[in-house]
Design a protein around this ligand. Structure first.
Ligand SMILES: [Zn+2]
Length: 201
């Protein structure tokens, strides 16, 4: 089964394919709070395909809110949707481009530029199409290689000669975003959007 791999240095996602639907996050949260069932709230927050979040949220709200007044509120909200929300592809936004520029640190001390990757399957390829497979989402010193962002590499390489063997000073700290799927929307809902920005900016 697939499982997203994350950057060893910053724990950030290794691709920028996410799509999120958020322009007015505060309005979204207000409406989300109308949901009575905590399980339903979780369902909306942790949905990985953000394109489906808004229709799913509305479906749940209508199901849960029988009172005419609340239903009216929800229906009015639906009318405002086109101006409150836009679907943005992270791929099209220049500030997220750094996420899929990757460097592989090989146990033999080589740092290999990755040209093509599938962070869900753990497959990373260099310019000669050599494949490097990373088997789990929490790399440790036992792995033959670790994968990091080019920008994280540049940050760490300020003192030069940064490679696999330098990692002994780095602790891998799993966080709440280091999950099987990348829950893109959660970064924005939790106002942790900065985690998706390059450490060099
Ligand atoms: Zn990183």
């Amino acid at each position: 089964m697939g499982y997203e791999r994350y950057c060893y240095i910053c724990n950030g996602p290794l691709n920028n394919t996410g799509i999120f639907t958020v322009k007015n996050i505060n309005t979204f949260l207000k409406i989300l709070n109308l949901l009575k069932n905590p399980k339903h709230k979780q369902l909306v927050l942790y949905t990985s395909n953000e394109c489906d979040v808004i229709p799913e949220l509305l479906r749940l709200l209508i199901k849960e809110n029988k009172s005419k007044k609340k239903l009216e509120k929800i229906l009015n909200y639906i009318k405002t949707l086109p101006k409150d929300y836009i679907t943005i592809s992270l791929k099209k936004s220049p500030k997220y481009k750094w996420l899929n520029k990757l460097i592989l640190l090989h146990k033999n001390g080589n740092n290999i530029k990755i040209i093509k990757s599938d962070s869900w399957e753990g497959e990373f390829y260099d310019k000669d199409n050599n494949e490097y497979f990373i088997g789990n989402n929490k790399p440790n010193k036992e792995d033959d290689f670790v994968i990091i962002h080019q920008d994280c590499y540049n940050l760490m390489n300020k003192n030069k000669n940064f490679n696999y063997n330098s990692l002994k000073t780095i602790k891998n700290k799993p966080n709440k975003y280091n999950t099987q799927d990348i829950y893109w929307l959660r970064y924005f809902i939790n106002k942790d959007e900065y985690l998706l920005k390059s450490p060099l900016k």
